[in-house]
Design a binder for this molecule. Structure first.
Ligand code: FES
Length: 110
């Protein structure tokens, strides 16, 4: 495996009026904060954060997914970044309260 943890942050932006999109909220800000948090902790090279297109979790956004676990986080705000990095990326304890519950979702077409 290339990275111990790989974080994808949705930065997708849609025109107003349709499904919500993470990029309208704080997608790019989250990318910068995750990158900085990884770098500041000396984890660069072992862990990576990068922007991503739509993760099909738009109604739960801003959305982030962490691999290899495939844990989806929703409603992620800048103030959650350090907690996700410290608890999940470093201590391998996903932040339960931010994990998306997809059980009531219906499949989307886009
Ligand atoms: S726009 Fe972010 S998950 Fe779809």
């Amino acid at each position: 495996m290339r990275f111990e943890k790989h974080v994808f942050i949705c930065t997708n932006e849609r025109a107003p009026g349709g499904r919500p999109s993470c990029g309208e909220a704080c997608g790019m800000e989250l990318v910068k904060l995750f990158k900085k948090a990884i770098k500041d902790r000396g984890l660069k090279g072992r862990m990576r954060a990068q922007r991503a297109g739509c993760l099909d979790a738009c109604e739960h956004g801003p959305s982030v997914v962490v691999y290899p676990e495939g844990v989806f986080y929703g409603g992620v705000k800048p103030e959650h970044v350090d907690e996700i990095v410290e608890q999940h990326l470093i201590q391998d304890r996903p932040v339960e309260r931010l994990i998306i519950d997809f059980s009531k979702d219906t499949p989307s077409d886009d």
